[in-house]
Design a binder for this molecule. Structure first.
Ligand code: SF4
Ligand code: F3S
Ligand code: FES
Length: 254
């Protein structure tokens, strides 16, 4: 057997207080971090709170930070780590802790609710939509999102900056607005919506200075920055797009 004992340091606590706790837990070949967390629960810490569902990287529930990097616990192989090292597992830092590894991700649902839905074209019925393949593929890429909120967690605009949360929707939702604005059949005007103005003025697109950390942590490998945020910045800039105006905005807002 290639089993070994792993050294884990797991954050335990609630909204009031907490601390890291050390554990030694058996690991077997082929296991992921979530397997080891489940074994920890089964053998030593039955009251450890952890959220998970599919164990297949598709439900977006098991998000946590492993050695400070936002990851899905069910998709992070133990073989990634040196057996001798201590692996530190902490809850998502950008959202309030409920207990142990479980955070309250309500911020994201609030941001989702602020985005008006797709406005169907008035003169076309379902089944009559015609779109170019590249437009279909763009939406399909963005819709691979599993709402794990790892991108929301890692973005420096809101990570450790509670004060920016009200004005900034975060990469996942800026991407959603970009999807709608670039959708050739979205008839926003008919509903009196100006998505370009909204993304700029209500959802803080200007706070994003394209660090691409969101793209780096996305488990679906969605090119959030290149395919959604940068095109949206170009679309939402004043008609005469001027990179110097944009740079000025970035500097003022930091
Ligand atoms: Fe997760 Fe990627 Fe969706 Fe962000 S865009 S919530 S990282 S799947
Ligand atoms: Fe944040 Fe991604 Fe922009 S991490 S700063 S939203 S490129
Ligand atoms: Fe569903 Fe990890 S348990 S993504």
């Amino acid at each position: 057997s290639t089993g070994y004992d792993a050294h884990l340091r797991v954050w335990r606590g609630d909204a009031e207080a907490g601390d890291l706790a050390d554990f030694t837990v058996e690991v077997n070949e082929g296991e992921v971090v979530l397997d080891v967390i489940h074994r920890l629960q089964a053998t030593q810490a039955p009251d450890l709170a952890v959220r998970w569902n599919c164990k297949a990287g598709k439900c977006g529930s098991c998000s946590a930070e492993i050695d400070g990097r936002p990851r899905l616990m069910c998709m992070t192989r133990m073989s990634l780590f040196d057996p001798a090292q201590t692996i530190t597992i902490t809850p998502l830092r950008t959202f309030p802790v409920v207990r142990d590894l479980v955070t309250d991700v309500e911020f994201n649902y609030e941001k989702a609710r602020e985005i008006p839905a797709f406005v169907p074209p008035e003169d076309l019925g379902p089944g009559e939509y015609r779109m170019r393949q590249e437009d279909v593929e763009r939406s399909q890429e963005f819709r691979k999102c599993i709402e794990c909120f790892l991108c929301q967690d890692v973005c420096h605009v809101v990570r450790d900056h509670e004060e920016n949360k009200e004005a900034f929707a975060g990469p996942r939702f800026l991407m959603r607005m970009a999807e709608l604005d670039m959708h050739p059949l979205d008839d926003a005007e008919r509903a009196g919506l100006d998505r370009k103005r909204a993304v700029r003025e209500d959802h803080g697109l200007g706070y994003c200075n394209i660090t691409k950390c969101c793209t780096e942590v996305c488990p679906e490998s969605i090119k959030i920055t290149d395919n959604a945020l940068i095109p949206m910045k170009e679309r939402a800039a004043d008609r005469a797009y001027d990179p110097l105006v944009w740079l000025g905005n970035k500097i003022r807002r930091r």
